[in-house]
Ligand binder design. Structure first.
Ligand SMILES: CC(C)(COP(=O)(O)OP(=O)(O)OC[C@H]1O[C@@H](n2cnc3c(N)ncnc32)[C@H](O)[C@@H]1OP(=O)(O)O)[C@@H](O)C(=O)NCCC(=O)NCCS
Length: 175
């Protein structure tokens, strides 16, 4: 796989996850607002990337109201399939609750979406948030993703108790 690049937007910088980020990213992932939607990590996360998966640490680049330059505020990942007959790629992320609702999610998802399209050559990007995750669905809508349909019982609840629906959303650069 090609090296994972550094990506920069107006207020954030995405750089490949490094060992020094692990404790901070695990702490953010454990906050209730994130743990509600992200399953508990396995050992080795987030350095244990599978083939086709890239993970970036989200840093503040220039947002004095949200944190110092270099502050770690989240993680975003992209996955790409390897079947040449299908265009398959997607995005997932979480941000620290302290920076929610300031437009950073929109900024980060748009940047990774554009990287997948412009640099990786994809035209279809898919995301499937939990159907009850209003924040994620609103964020992805703001990034140009539109609902495809509900996948009933697609995802296990993060507490392991049952299953819930997800909303498949897609972005096609041709439309
Ligand atoms: C999903 C997440 C990344 C969104 O990031 P964010 O920086 O807070 O989102 P933004 O500030 O860019 O908001 C984007 C849109 O979502 C809306 N939004 C954000 N939080 C919302 C909420 N809790 N309820 C309803 N709408 C919400 C904003 O109003 C904005 O809408 P607008 O463009 O119409 O103004 C963030 O909430 C998060 O990390 N959540 C926990 C982990 C998670 O759920 N990850 C996604 C798993 S699929």
């Amino acid at each position: 796989m090609d090296p994972t690049p550094v990506l920069v937007s107006a207020r954030t910088r995405l750089r490949p996850v490094a060992p020094d980020d692990v404790a901070t990213l695990c702490a953010i992932r454990a906050t209730p607002a994130v743990a509600r939607w992200w399953h508990p990590p396995g050992g080795g996360w987030p350095l244990d990337v599978s083939p086709g998966v890239r993970r970036w640490t989200v840093e503040i680049a220039h947002a004095p109201d949200l944190g110092a330059v270099g502050a770690v505020v989240g993680l975003v990942e992209a996955h790409e399939g390897d079947d040449p007959e299908y265009d398959e790629c997607g995005i997932d992320l979480f941000l620290a609750p302290s920076v929610h609702r300031h437009g950073l999610g929109t900024e980060v998802v748009t940047m990774v979406r554009d990287w997948l399209v412009d640099e990786r050559g994809h035209h279809l990007v898919q995301i499937d948030p939990a159907a009850g995750n209003d924040a994620a669905i609103a964020c992805y809508r703001a990034c140009g993703f539109t609902p495809v349909g509900v996948l009933h019982g697609r995802e296990r609840d993060t507490d392991g108790a049952g299953w819930h629906d997800t909303l498949l959303m897609s972005y096609c650069s041709w439309l």
